[in-house]
Write a protein that binds this ligand. Structure first.
Ligand SMILES: O=P(O)(O)OC[C@H]1O[C@](O)(CO)[C@@H](O)[C@@H]1O
Ligand SMILES: [Mn+2]
Length: 441
């Protein structure tokens, strides 16, 4: 078998991986430290002196982590006792085994970018859980919620759009159904521009009317497999008249505006009867600043339900009901916050792989999911997506992602060169997006 390309890494000085580790990651740690500082009196009110001591401990652990990163110290084993600690430590040993003797230990600016970036978020978690009684504090919660509140107008607009579609949706004429599906898929794509990790934790909310921007944004979709999604979903719908379940899974990315766009899409899939069940997958610990945890998921639905905006609150009521009747199912699994590429899933998390195999279609939202799908390796731009997945084929799948890392496969010959010439930063600003499908139709 041909050798796999090497991992993206900060070893390439000046690369996006290098700049992320050098600038963005310390900035995120500083912001986390600052958040803890600002909550000092809240910790005191809740837990007395013990709360203040815990805040100091968490801050000192995070400062130590920032120092290790900035001085390129060896990556050290985790010391907590969580369900995933051993798997993490084994993975660290595996990273060590990839190095030759003269390379020494895995280090921040030397190892794989995916590994060290995931490791930083896992160490942030370790610092917090080692600091009881504030062990369940989410240092990123505030910024996630801010993103939600700052996007209120766009959220209300999207909810109104969905509620005002001609009902019942299942009676829409085929072409109209397809057209609406494509619109809401694109809304979910551009929702991925709003992550907080790329902006170093700074606000990145949505303030414009997304639906009316879709036409202008179309030229920025550089791989567009939406037709495959339509073929697959309409075929599933036809067969579902006999079979009972058409299951669509959404591997979520960010909370705030992006999550709303995913929930709107999920609602549309159910109401139009293109799917009968939606399974969401979120993170078990705070992750890459803005990623959805179960708390964010429940909080968001509560907020939408209690909105003063009538059509928004109708959405919230419906969403809560979908959960109650079991047509929306939320899952979390430690695998999503491990550093492994998805091709390792059958070995590392066979239960999750078996769960995903039940889906008719899986959407993977966002940039980090794309990196893990493609193993965060330096693939050529024209390498087929199927090949970059390296054997990960649980069910037909589609990445819905705006580009925020120097990694893209499945382009036409010459396409990358053209993009590079017209827009040198095309890979990393989130301005371009893909719907990239893999699977039999
Ligand atoms: O929320 P997303 O779309 O997965 O993006 C996460 C971001 O974090 C990064 O991993 C860099 O910190 C980028 O790849 C990406 O910009
Ligand atoms: Mn994210």
């Amino acid at each position: 078998m041909a050798e796999l390309p090497t991992f993206l890494s900060a070893r390439d000085v000046g690369s996006f991986a290098y700049l992320t580790i050098k600038d963005r990651m310390p900035q995120i740690l500083t912001k986390a430290i600052d958040t803890l500082h600002r909550h000092k009196s809240e910790f005191f009110e809740k837990h007395g002196e013990e709360g203040v001591e815990a805040e100091k401990k968490a801050i000192s652990l995070l400062s130590k982590l920032r120092n290790e990163l900035q001085t390129d110290k060896p990556i050290i084993l985790l010391v907590d006792k969580c369900v995933d600690t051993d798997i993490w430590n084994q993975y660290l040993e595996y990273q060590q085994s990839l190095l030759s003797e003269s390379d020494g230990k895995p280090r921040w600016f030397f190892s794989s970018w995916l590994f060290v970036e995931c490791y930083m978020y896992r160490r942030i978690h370790e610092a917090i859980i080692q600091s009881p009684p504030i062990h369940d504090f989410d240092v990123f919660k505030e910024s996630k919620d801010e993103n939600f509140f700052e996007s209120q107008e766009s959220i209300a607009m999207l909810c109104s759009y969905l509620q005002q579609l001609p009902r019942p949706l299942k009676d829409l004429e085929e072409n109209q159904l397809k057209d609406e599906l494509f619109k809401l898929l694109q809304v979910s794509l551009w929702g991925n521009k709003c992550d907080l990790s790329l902006s170093g934790g700074e606000s990145s909310s949505q303030k414009t009317n997304v639906i009316s921007s879709l036409e202008d944004l179309k030229p920025f979709i550089i791989v567009n497999d939406m037709e495959c999604l339509w073929s697959l979903l309409s075929k599933c719908k036809k067969t579902s008249e006999k079979a009972a379940v058409v299951r669509v899974d959404i591997v979520l990315d960010n909370s705030g505006f992006e999550l709303i766009t995913d929930l709107i899409l999920a609602d549309f899939l159910l109401s139009s009867e293109l799917a009968t069940e939606i399974h969401f997958h979120g993170k078990m610990i705070p992750w890459f600043v803005s990623d959805v945890t179960v708390h964010d998921f429940n909080w968001t639905i509560e907020q939408v339900k209690h909105s003063n905006h009538e059509l928004m609150s109708t959405c919230g009521v419906n969403w809560e009901n979908y959960i109650k009747i079991g047509r929306w199912i939320y899952h979390d699994h430690i695998f999503w916050t491990l550093p492994h590429s998805y091709c390792a899933m059958p070995q590392v998390a066979s239960d999750l792989y078996a769960e995903l195999q039940k889906a008719c279609l899986i959407f993977f939202k966002g940039d980090l999911n794309y990196r893990k799908l493609a193993g965060d390796r330096k693939w050529g731009f024209t390498v087929p997506f199927h090949q970059a997945l390296s054997g990960f084929h649980p069910a037909p799948l589609c990445s819905i992602r705006t580009l925020k890392a120097e990694l893209q496969v499945g382009l036409r010959p010459g396409q990358a060169e053209q993009l590079m010439a017209s827009e040198p930063t095309w890979l990393t600003t989130g301005k371009f997006g893909v719907f990239q499908f893999d699977g039999p139709l």
